[in-house]
Design a protein around this ligand. Sequence first.
Ligand SMILES: [Zn+2]
Length: 166
Amino acid sequence: MSERALRGTRLGATSYENDAGIDFAPRQDIEYVCPNEHRFIMPFSVEADVPPTWECKVCGAVALLVDGAPPEEKAGKPARTHWDMLLERRSVADLEEVLAERLAVLRDGGIAGADIVRPAPARTIAGRAKKSAAAAKASAVKAPAGKPKNTAGRSAARKTAARADS
Ligand SMILES: [Zn+2]
């Protein structure tokens, strides 16, 4: 937009500051390429530690540095299995006890077993309450508001179209 153009404004965080007279910190352009051959360049400060991977701007895949060593495999957490989770709630001794109870019920010819509902150990209940509180907190964080719609531009276009019709 020309510097002399009359610019309208609206409520919001639009900044008309431009880059004139600003010395940028020295930068370097780093090229990444994703598995689907999308290439893109990211500017980084020369002082920055350049990350070995970047999310592809086109497809979202993990793009790798073009001329860099492949990233080291991270020793990620091993996946938690159902068995691991069970062991977090009950010890093997507990489980043996539960199994013996259930077997006894089975052998007596019943499996309804509403009478032998066992409460989980107290610490587990406390842990679960903590977890659900954290989950509630996380879901309470609002998603960023979307871009306000540029209704001004659209209505101007409509007016122009109306004028063309008459
Ligand atoms: Zn891609």
